[in-house]
Design a binder for this molecule. Structure first.
Ligand SMILES: O=CCCC(=O)O
Length: 490
């Protein structure tokens, strides 16, 4: 399969409107997770190049924030249209570097586009407020202004959608951005930067630096010119970035790990629950922060649920994402395989039944089979850790209180799901779940309209939605005082 426009395959970083190499000329190899072949290389940049990109973003900020929201929105709309026109190529690139099946890669592009479209429109809807006076010789206002230069660091699991979910609201608000894609999946972001340039996003407004995550992350958090850092990735890295940003009290948005409970009550539509679980759990081979992670099924229906689920799991085809029959791609790297294998082996050793999968399809590959484990208990590692792989582990419960207590027994608080036909129970559960996102009778909650984000150790801030642009705006309170204001004859 070939790309129609090879120019989208950029192997240099994009800084201040120029395509450039690392000062050292060093590069990093990017591998196809399906076969381990090198797809290409990107510059191994560090602190100095990041500082340069920040300076470019700072210079570009003056003119970009001076544009009206409508003008910025129109440029974002052009970016949207170019991404749409090139989405087959972009999806191909995504499958090559990330491994997800091509149909899912196309789905990710649609999802990525939804954020650009949404924030192109939101750009013109940034309102302030006229506040009630406390004195008759004063007038009070709250106006909203762009935060300034923003750093963005994204994960490897959604290399396109995470770019647009962060960059579109930032640009819409009038901020400029220096983005670091994941070392494992940099090409999607570079292709999007290429299209941004074509769309007329001015030099320096959107910069992409590739390379050493530690050095780039340190500079983006320590450099005082960067006024906000937005990050998607692990809780561990989020905690470190939060500490680094504390030195200059930088504004932060963190989309961190989840450990989503998925509860199936005895009154649920079991077929719908199975479809919901498959959609949630096996999206991107289970490598999604909102994936169902701990599955709780009521004792009265667990056997029927497990039987039906095994049948559906056995229909899944694992392999090369470019093969149209494949519904499950490889894991991202050896570390991911090691983690999934450790969790499955620990559960098996402690008595879990393996009803499907439970191993690599072939040693030496990253192809981990869709797996179903029954009899998960709280002493097993899989009951506490985020799996980030195609493994369903079922725990049985008997009462609503028990299910809710187990669901909330986690330091994470991103997404939670449950299936029930009982309206009052649904309302109770929705309120009781300590999560930023709740899916009721669905396993798919992500879209541009819903505020995406977590509570507890899953992060701070919200992305997408009407709230997403607020993360890139500061409120300025204005108090205008004047003697003639209270003597005005009008
Ligand atoms: O894993 C992070 C993003 C997942 C999503 O946006 O649904």
């Amino acid at each position: 399969m070939e790309m129609r426009d090879r120019l989208l395959f950029r192997q240099q970083a994009y800084v201040g409107g120029e395509w450039c190499d690392a000062d050292s000329r060093e590069t990093l190899d990017v591998l196809n997770p399906f076969d381990g072949n090198v797809i290409g290389t990107v510059p191994k940049m560090g602190q100095a190049e990041t500082a340069r990109a920040i300076r470019c973003a700072d210079v570009a900020l003056v003119a970009w924030k001076a544009k009206t929201g409508k003008e910025r929105g129109a440029i974002l709309r052009k970016w949207h249209d170019l991404i749409e026109a090139n989405s087959d190529d972009l999806a191909l690139l995504l499958t090559l570097e990330q491994g997800k099946p091509l149909a899912e890669a196309k789905g990710e592009l649609t999802y990525a586009l939804s954020f650009v479209e949404w924030f192109a429109e939101e750009a013109k809807r940034v309102y302030g407020d006229v506040l009630p006076n406390t004195r008759s010789d004063q007038r009070l206002l709250a106006i909203k202004q762009p935060v300034g230069v923003c750093g963005a660091i994204i994960a490897w699991n959604f290399p396109s959608a995470l770019v647009t979910r962060k960059v579109s609201p930032a640009l819409a608000a009038g901020c400029t951005v220096v983005l670091k894609p994941a070392e494992l999946t940099p090409f999607a972001a570079l292709a999007l930067a290429h299209l941004a340039a074509q769309a007329g996003i001015p030099p320096g407004v959107f910069n992409v630096v590739t390379g050493d995550p530690v050095q780039i992350g340190k500079e983006l958090s320590a450099n005082p010119v960067v006024r906000k850092l937005t990050f998607t990735g692990s809780t561990e890295t989020g905690r470190l970035l939060m500490q680094q940003c504390a030195s200059n009290i930088k504004k932060l948005s963190l989309e961190l790990g989840g450990n989503a409970p998925f509860i199936v009550f005895e009154d649920a539509d079991l077929d719908a629950a199975i479809e919901g679980l498959l959609a949630s759990k096996f999206r991107n081979a289970g490598q999604t922060c909102v994936c169902a992670n701990r599955v709780y099924v009521h004792a009265a229906v667990v056997d029927e649920f497990a039987d039906k689920l095994v049948a559906r799991i056995r229909q899944m085809k694992l392999g090369n994402g470019l093969d149209s029959a494949v519904s499950l791609g490889p894991l991202i790297d050896r570390r991911a395989v090691a983690k999934v294998s450790r969790l499955v082996e620990d559960a098996r050793a402690k008595g879990a039944q393996v009803l499907a999968g439970g191993k690599l399809q072939k040693e030496g590959t990253l192809l981990y089979e869709a797996t179903l484990l029954l009899g998960i208990t709280s002493d097993m590692q899989i009951a506490r850790e985020e799996i980030f792989g195609p493994v369903v582990g079922i725990t049985t419960f008997s009462t609503e209180q028990e299910a809710l207590a187990m669901a909330n027994d986690s330091p994470s608080g991103l997404a939670a799901y449950f299936f029930s036909a009982d309206l009052e129970r649904s309302w109770r559960l929705m309120e009781g779940l300590e999560y930023g996102i709740v899916g009721i009778n669905t396993g798919m909650v992500s879209n541009e309209v819903g505020p995406f984000g977590g509570i507890k150790e899953s992060g701070v801030g919200r992305e997408g939605s009407k709230y997403g642009i607020e993360e890139f705006l500061e409120i300025k309170y204005v108090c205008l005082s004047g003697k003639s204001l209270n003597t005005s004859p009008y």
